[in-house]
Design a binder for this molecule. Structure first.
Ligand SMILES: C[S@@+](CC[C@H](N)C(=O)[O-])C[C@H]1O[C@@H](n2cnc3c(N)ncnc32)[C@H](O)[C@@H]1O
Length: 249
């Protein structure tokens, strides 16, 4: 394995191990508040991409962490089989914790990297990642794997991801890693990711989202200004959704 990838994934796993071991009632309540704020973004996406979620018999989340997002998907789309997966076994082991809060739980959890999914070819109707794909160390292999497990006509959504143009990548990446140095993060270069997805066989598009609601302190003003200037969304760092469609035939 690539030593840099190995190190990156070891840090992701160590983060979740520490979270589990150091859990205190106050820490757990803080995590709950944080995730409930972020849930607004996910619920917006479930609405915006409703046809993709509603049309899928099996929905797979990649990089699901503790699976609260997959639990919400199950609550909103109870007919679907919902699978929460994450690189970290410690993270998915806590999926049951969210069931009482959300009122539903994923049907299954898998501890696996996004680029080695233990599911059959063509067995999934929708693959999605929510604010997680910018953590995946192997973007090409992940897209190839998503393509493999999707049925013809299925889709893969990368939702609420930090994105930027190539010229600002170094700066944007340094900024996010300064903010939260314990876990390595990237910022997705939208033009590059679209190229990779097309090379993997997908029809690919991006939608920028500069809504200032539920942003962290300091980001609200930036997004309030950016929202008024749509021509800058692709030219500056901006949250984005990526939609990758596999052809029906
Ligand atoms: C920012 S967290 C997001 C978790 C969850 N989606 C949420 O919104 O709370 C990113 C997640 O990606 C996971 N991750 C990192 N690299 C991964 C990979 N290659 N495959 C699957 N999961 C990965 C991490 O363990 C972490 O749980």
């Amino acid at each position: 394995m690539d030593p840099a990838l190995d190190e990156r994934e070891a840090r992701e796993r160590a983060f979740w191990r520490r979270e589990g071991q150091a859990a205190t009632p106050v820490g757990e309540l803080r995590a709950l508040l944080l995730k409930l704020g972020e849930a607004e973004w996910l619920l917006d996406r479930l609405d915006r991409y409703r046809s993709h979620f509603a049309g899928a018999k099996t929905i797979l989340e990649l990089g699901a962490g503790e699976g609260w997002g997959a639990a919400m998907v199950k609550r909103v789309f109870p007919e679907a089989e919902v699978i929460a997966s994450d690189l970290s076994p410690d993270a998915v082991a806590h999926a049951a914790r969210w069931a009482e809060i959300v009122g539903a739980a994923p049907d299954r959890t898998l501890a696996c990297p996004s680029y080695e999914i233990p599911l059959e070819d063509g067995s999934v109707g929708l693959v999605f990642a929510f604010q997680a794909a910018h953590h995946f160390g192997e973007p090409e292999r992940t897209l190839a794997e998503a393509y493999r497990v999707l049925r013809p006509g299925g889709a893969c959504l990368y939702l609420h991801e930090p994105s930027c143009p190539p010229s600002l990548h170094r700066l944007a990446k340094a900024r996010v890693n300064r903010k939260r140095p314990e876990v390595p993060e990237d910022v997705l270069v939208h033009s590059h990711l679209l190229e990779l997805a097309r090379a993997a066989g997908f029809d690919a598009s991006v939608e920028f989202d500069a809504d200032p609601a539920h942003r962290r302190p300091g980001e609200t003003l930036y997004y309030a200004a950016l929202k008024r200037l749509p021509f800058l969304h692709a030219r500056l760092p901006c949250t984005a959704d990526f939609v990758f469609r596999k052809s029906p035939r």
